[in-house]
Design a protein around this ligand. Structure first.
Ligand code: AMP
Length: 190
């Protein structure tokens, strides 16, 4: 099963992604995490990625598509995955050829996301250096500009399920699981 989680930074994508991964035995993959690893490399590419991320900007589509495609061809992702942070632009969504079964949009207000991020610590922050207020604000702005069209893209393709991301972690997880199961039943009946 191939699942995509979309939401503003702080919406709870990684929390939900990891829960789903445990429940469904499907690997969880976050592009932000991949880029944070690449940013540690002392290479021109590593330095470029680090500077881009720390400023809150997006990595160019071509590079992102190349890296994501390389990962998803690895044996552990062949049967399915839970993707967090990709696709983030219409171009990425249009060029993404791996296919997707469900797209969950965890919807939270900018205000709630900012509030949550200012209290994020330790493992939740994934050792992030890019959580400065100006980088967070930039990412929120870019989400509205670049990622809202991705939401519309999947809505048009009847893949999108909008979930209230301001509910409790358990309630959101339950809503997502219910949707996955009800969709399976529909498919079986056909
Ligand atoms: P995240 O952990 O999802 O907030 O991602 C952290 C940073 O990684 C973003 O601010 C971007 O610089 C970069 N990034 C992650 N995913 C993508 C993507 N799909 N396209 C472009 N840049 C990305």
């Amino acid at each position: 099963m191939k699942i995509i989680l979309i939401g503003i930074q702080g919406a709870g994508k990684s929390t939900q992604g990891k829960l789903l991964s445990e429940k469904l035995y499907i690997p969880y993959l976050s592009t932000g995490h991949i880029f944070r690893e690449l940013a540690k490399e002392h290479t021109p590419q590593g330095r470029y990625i680090k500077e881009t991320m720390n400023a809150g900007y997006l990595i160019p589509d071509a590079k992102t598509l190349e890296i994501v495609s390389e990962y998803l061809h690895r044996p552990e992702y062949v049967k399915g995955y839970i993707l967090d942070g990709f696709p983030r632009t219409s171009h990425q969504a249009e060029k993404f050829e791996n296919g997707v079964d469900h797209v969950f949009y965890l919807k939270v207000s900018d205000r709630e996301a900012l509030w949550r991020l200012s209290y994020r610590t330790g493992s939740e922050a994934d050792g992030r250096e890019d959580e400065t207020l100006s980088a967070i604000r930039k990412r929120i702005e870019l989400f509205h500009h670049h990622t809202e069209p991705v939401i519309e893209f999947y809505r048009k393709h009847h893949k999108l399920v909008e979930v209230d991301g301001e509910e409790s972690i358990e309630k959101i997880h339950h809503t997502i699981m219910e949707h996955i199961h009800s969709d399976k039943n529909v498919t079986h009946k056909q």
